[in-house]
Design a protein around this ligand. Structure first.
Ligand SMILES: Cc1cc2nc3c(=O)[nH]c(=O)nc-3n(C[C@H](O)[C@H](O)[C@H](O)COP(=O)(O)O)c2cc1C
Length: 163
């Protein structure tokens, strides 16, 4: 798929098949995150990838009871260093690379922003001084949702100045 088609076809997937992602495929997707740009090329992030079934299940209550967190093939947490200026932006770029790489390979993803920071940090063993920026679930889609609506271009884009 070309990038345009991949972007058009990506959806948030919240229903997954009970199927493992082969390690080499997961590594190919993670490699796309590694290639993401970052402010001053600092790459101030780490990813924690959870594939263990029991560990994923334990994340459900931490992620506001979102059941599909326990049903996906992998939960990926983006970890940033809050002292680095663009860290959260950098994590977001890397995570979107994952979402698009996964869609390109027929896998589904859903960003997970609804979680308890302290509990997720503890569950994943993230050290004090780092933060979980955002999570993402990944797996084989068991649904094919329609595209969600978007605001019209006229509401989003202004030309030459904001006014
Ligand atoms: C930063 C961020 C956090 C999100 N957190 C959640 C979440 O916790 N649970 C969820 O079901 N969807 C979450 N989403 C997915 C959005 O609801 C979804 O992207 C939006 O409704 C548009 O749908 P689409 O991704 O299918 O185009 C999140 C998306 C982003 C970008």
């Amino acid at each position: 798929m070309d990038v345009t088609t991949t972007i058009q076809k990506r959806r948030s997937i919240r229903k997954y098949k009970n199927k493992e992602i082969p390690k080499d495929l997961l590594m190919q997707i993670l490699e796309m995150a590694r290639l993401a740009p970052s402010g001053a090329n600092r790459q101030p992030w780490q990813l924690v990838v959870v594939t263990d079934a029991e560990k994923k299940k334990a994340l459900v209550p931490i992620c506001k009871e979102q059941k599909f967190v326990g049903e996906c093939s992998a939960f990926i947490a983006g970890i940033d260093d809050p002292t680095q200026k663009w860290a959260r932006v950098d994590v977001a770029i890397a995570m979107e690379h994952i979402a698009l790489a996964a869609a390109d390979k027929g896998l589904g993803t859903c960003w997970i922003g609804a979680f308890d920071q302290e509990k997720l940090q503890a569950a994943l063993g993230v050290p004090v001084g780092k933060a979980v920026t955002v999570g993402m679930v990944l797996g084989y889609p068991d649904e094919a949702p329609e595209a969600r609506t978007r605001k019209p271009m006229s509401e989003l884009v202004r030309w030459e100045s904001y006014a």
